[in-house]
Design a protein around this ligand. Structure first.
Ligand code: UDP
Ligand code: MG
Length: 344
């Protein structure tokens, strides 16, 4: 490593690393995760002089997760516990974590043990050694998922990325690292309706993909079901792409063209052969098709209008009920933290 490289490296490491963990009813596995994070923080401190903090965002759990999180020791890293006033959903919890993260770089990871803490070291290496800004992880394969789910995922990303310049990578998860400047960029995005995977790739900078095998959940169960996944997909789609509206336009054009051809044929047959086309069934089918398509497209329009209403109301994305910060007991000097908003 050259001297300049070393200086740059040291400057980046001085910024520190905040690890944001949204937790919703994860009391069972939290102590285990924290022990792993402590070990990781010690390792990073020793090898790279990188200071860490962890920000647990309790998303209105009702199983004692908050009490468990509060009791976690700040040894080798600072610990913040942010508790939201109710369950706001994972995307809101991630934003709360991002807002409270005090150090330069930010890692987002799940609190259910599916995101291996050991992988953070790899993410950090790509940030510090290769100058990557957004290091995101993707499932190496989906062979353990059902065929219908895989097809649905494919269709979702096809629609999402249709005709847009900044494609959102397929299969990317929420487990990712953002360099200080990428985290700053993400903080500047004003929208309330957050789709983190999309936003983190939309901001640009140097992006890097890492494949990994997610572990099974350490305890509890996934809160996602078919309905909430549909909700998230629709949300992602309508916040990121105008494809559904474009499809409406194209479908309209196609139907109009078909109607024109069919109308032409009717006129032709009446004039040339003198046949009057029997009307009732064809009219019926036509009305049904048109009515159905129009209702669907009204629904699509409604989704977008709802989104506009939601943004215009400008409500906060979450409320913090309690916030606690524990400084690392063993470190003699407090972290030299320049709060991000103070720095800007
Ligand atoms: N989570 C959250 N709020 C919620 C639902 C989930 O903060 O309303 C957290 C959850 O505790 C976990 C992460 O988000 O740390 C991922 O959730 P889950 O494991 O249910 O999702 P999956 O891994 O199935 O995508
Ligand atoms: Mg999970």
């Amino acid at each position: 490593m050259s001297g300049a490289d070393q200086a740059r490296h040291a400057a980046a490491a001085r910024a520190g690393l905040s690890i944001v963990v949204p937790v919703y009813n994860e009391a069972a596995g939290l102590a285990r995760l924290h022990a792993d994070l402590i070990e990781l923080a010690r390792h990073l401190q020793g090898r790279r002089a990188l200071s860490c903090e962890v920000v647990y965002v309790d998303d209105g759990s009702n199983d004692g997760t908050l009490a468990v999180a509060r009791a976690l020791p700040a040894a080798g890293l600072d610990v913040q516990v942010v508790s939201l006033s109710r369950n706001f959903g994972k995307e809101a919890a991630l934003l709360a974590g991002l807002d409270h993260a005090r150090l330069g770089a930010v890692v987002f990871m799940d609190g259910d043990g599916q995101h291996p803490p050991a992988l953070i070291e790899t993410l950090v290496a790509h940030w510090l050694d290769d100058d990557c800004d957004v290091v995101y992880t993707a499932k190496a394969h989906r062979s353990n998922e059902s065929l219908t789910r895989r097809i649905a995922v494919k269709a979702f990303y096809l629609l999402l990325n249709w005709g847009v310049r900044t494609k959102i990578p397929e299969d990317a998860g929420d487990f990712r690292l953002l360099s200080p400047r990428a985290a700053r960029a993400l903080r500047q995005l004003p929208e309330r309706n957050r789709f983190f995977k999309g936003l983190a790739s939309w901001i640009g900078f140097r992006q890097k993909r890492i494949d990994y095998d997610p572990a099974p959940r350490s305890g509890g169960r996934s809160t996602w079901n078919f309905r909430s996944l549909m909700g998230l997909s629709l949300n992602g789609l309508t916040s990121f792409s105008l494809a559904p509206l474009r499809i409406a336009t194209m479908l309209g054009l196609l139907l109009a063209a078909l109607a024109l051809l069919y109308g032409g044929e009717i006129v032709y047959e009446t004039v040339v052969y003198g046949e009057s086309v029997p009307g009732y069934p064809s009219v019926f089918v036509g009305v049904m098709v048109l009515g159905g398509v129009q209702l669907i497209m009204l629904g699509v329009l409604g989704e977008y209008i709802g989104k506009v209403l939601f943004e215009i109301k400008g409500r906060p994305v979450y409320f913090v009920a309690e916030h606690e910060l524990k400084h690392d007991a063993k470190r003699d000097t407090k972290l030299d933290v320049t709060m991000h908003d103070a720095a800007e």
